[in-house]
Design a protein around this ligand. Structure first.
Ligand code: ATP
Length: 385
């Protein structure tokens, strides 16, 4: 196994805007690292530079202690699993898994031993004589992974391996990849645009936007301490609510009501500013009638009209439309465009306990956990809290 170290990596196609812009990232030995971001953010390009399928414009790429900038893909001893599996339709499962060993002219007996072992690990033993066409999507996926495993590579690289699967299978395969990676302890870099995959699979997650690395951290760090509006909006589903607010002393005047900043650090973040953007996760709201006295002391309540509710059994969502003052809205729309997201809505999503009786049409009293709110700079999107 090996660590992968990227230092100031830049990729320019022609003389255009850099697809990857000065990315420095260390993937530790045995770590499961996710590269995530919207379409076009440069995550596949970065992965392809690790593998050697794409030249590096500038910067340094190391695998273990070796600089590999000019090392041919085959000499890097990495295994890549592609989105479309890249299986050979005319070969059996056995020969598909054996393929890299055949290329390396491995003796027959060793091929048999290693393929059998790998197939056992992936529960493919019964299917070794089948052709890919006669396998389910999940089985094909496992064959593709088998081919990566059998080589005993220094690291596994995955490029959106689950995006062709239906939702149920995707969930199953996600668990399977996680289990396998933990068991093998192999350094893994995994590209996805799906924040759920990123959050559930990664030891750490690197969020990219327009070629620039925004934040690297554990899923919990990204969720609880996003560095900016982009990461805050990208990680979490349903996503964080962003409310424009004017600041009056230690109070935030939001379209849903006034919120008192009791936490001195949060008050300090807003101090001296006229306008901020307040980020509140859906679960930082609760039906005020269900909140105990001790919890009540840590937050405040607002009153708001609920227009739609969605009951999901274990929780429910309430949608609360609001109107932002026109001048604020105009100013923030600029920021929203810059951050290329649908970041600013005119409704808040509130996650309620399943026991809540708040119904569509109610003027609801909602408790807000003000200790968990985020305050963003409306000009730069930086998280000030
Ligand atoms: P997706 O999820 O859609 O695959 P991505 O985040 O993986 O997106 P990349 O495929 O790495 O993004 O592309 C990053 C940027 O580089 C995009 O703007 C893309 O158009 C551009 N790009 C990628 N490959 C090439 C190429 N061969 N020539 C020119 N531009 C390219």
């Amino acid at each position: 196994m090996a660590a992968i170290t990227m230092s100031n990596i830049v990729k320019k196609y022609g003389d255009g805007f850099p697809a990857v812009n000065d990315v420095s990232l260390d993937v530790q030995d045995g770590e499961f690292m996710i590269l995530v971001g919207p379409s076009g953010c440069g995550k596949s390009t970065l992965l392809r530079m690790i593998v050697g399928l794409e030249d590096i414009t500038s910067g340094e790429m190391r695998i273990g202690d070796k600089v590999v900038n000019t090392v041919a893909p085959r000499q890097r001893n990495l295994s890549m699993v592609f989105q479309n599996y890249a299986l050979y339709p005319h070969l059996t499962v056995f020969e598909n898994i054996a393929f890299p060993l055949r290329l390396a002219k491995t003796p027959d007996e060793e091929v048999r031993r290693r393929v059998t072992e790998t197939a056992g690990l992936l529960e493919l033993t019964e299917h070794l004589e089948r052709k890919p066409a006669n396998l389910s999507g999940g089985q094909r996926q496992r064959v593709a992974m088998g081919r990566a495993i059998v080589r005993q590579a220094d690291a596994f690289l995955f490029d959106e391996p689950l995006s062709n699967l239906d939702a149920k299978l995707r969930g199953q395969m996600r668990t399977e990849i996680a289990r396998l990676q933990r068991r093998l302890g192999v350094t893994t870099v995994y590209v996805t645009h799906d924040q759920t995959e990123a959050m559930t699979l990664g030891d750490r997650v690197a969020v990219l936007r327009k070629g620039v690395l925004q934040q690297v951290g554990s899923p919990r760090e990204l969720y609880e301490q996003p560095v900016n509006l982009f990461v805050a909006g990208f990680i979490g589903s349903p996503s964080m609510n962003f409310l424009p607010a004017s600041v009056e002393g230690t109070q935030l005047v939001t379209p849903l009501g006034r919120l008192d900043l009791r936490d001195p650090a949060k008050a300090a973040a807003a101090a001296g500013r006229e306008v901020v953007l307040v980020g509140i996760r859906p679960e930082a709201f609760e039906d005020a009638s269900l909140v105990g006295a001790d919890k009540r002391a840590t937050g405040q309540t607002v009153r708001a009209r609920v227009d739609v509710t969605e009951w999901l059994g274990n929780e429910q969502f309430a949608y609360v439309p609001y109107e932002a003052p026109a001048d604020l809205a105009a100013q923030l729309r600029e920021l929203s465009r810059e951050l290329d997201g649908d970041q600013l809505r005119t409704q808040a999503v509130v996650a309620l306990d399943a026991a809540s009786l708040i119904a569509a049409g109610d003027e609801a009293e909602l408790w807000v956990d003000t200790g968990r709110l985020h305050i963003f700079d409306p000009a730069t999107g930086e998280n000030l809290t």
